[in-house]
Design a protein around this ligand. Structure first.
Ligand SMILES: [Fe+2]
Ligand SMILES: [Fe+2]
Length: 226
């Protein structure tokens, strides 16, 4: 099945190039003539590479709900930072990251039907805002350490989902979206770590960052259900 799907993926790439962005179904056999667009209608649905708007397997909804709520939280983190930060370097850092998180949110939202959104979004917005605003009141280093902690968590979170989707060819487009988001989160983490510098955080900041990690994990567990 996977072989068929892999061959079909190659076929889709060729046919897709010839037919533009129009949504195409994949052929059951990669030996189907590429010129016969009509035959594409008889494709095996089990090999369809899903695109935004397609119905996803139900087991994906809980994962995507966490991603969607997490990206909303990320947007609010940077809005919280920008509410109080005065350091121009920190503000530029937050504005850059905010634009990336807004892009992530748009990408994930395309995949998740509205009726699958977390019912606690106002809570995640508030939690995100406070996660950015509180350290911003204490200075740049606190913000950078917080972002490093958040993005370390998010990197692992996306990695688990990406690994679970490795052999699901029909989810390859969604997997690529998550890979793209993950690459940005890793860059955010590394940028924050570099800006924070090599000095050790004090115990208060270390405790705060540990709390952010534990809180993120607890939120994900809850969002999977609500
Ligand atoms: Fe993000
Ligand atoms: Fe990020």
């Amino acid at each position: 099945m996977v072989d068929h799907c892999l061959q079909a993926s190659k076929l889709q790439a060729k046919v897709g190039a010839a037919h533009g962005p129009k949504k195409l179904m994949l052929a059951e056999s990669a030996t189907a003539p590429l010129s016969a667009a009509g035959r594409l209608e008889s494709f095996n649905s089990s090999c369809v590479v899903l695109v935004p708007g397609n119905k996803l397997p139900a087991w994906m909804f809980a994962d995507l709900r966490t991603d969607h709520a997490g990206e909303i939280g990320a947007v609010c983190i940077y809005q919280g930072v920008l509410k109080f930060a005065r350091d121009p370097l920190l503000r530029a850092f937050a504005e850059n990251h905010l634009a990336t998180e807004q892009k992530h949110l748009r990408l994930i939202a395309e995949w998740l039907p509205k009726d699958q959104h977390s019912r606690l979004l106002p809570l995640w917005r508030l939690a995100g805002f406070l996660t950015g605003a509180l350290p911003a009141l204490f200075g740049s280093k606190a913000v950078y350490a917080t972002i490093e902690a958040v993005e370390t968590f998010v990197n692992h979170h996306y990695q688990e989902q990406i690994l679970a989707m490795t052999s699901r060819i029909e989810l390859s487009a969604l997997r690529q979206t998550l890979l793209d988001c993950q690459a940005d989160e890793v860059a955010h983490r590394d940028e924050a770590a570099a800006a924070r510098g090599p000095s050790q955080s004090g115990w208060v900041l270390s405790a705060w960052c540990a709390m952010v990690g534990v809180g993120s994990k607890a939120a994900v567990s809850l969002i999977r259900h609500i």
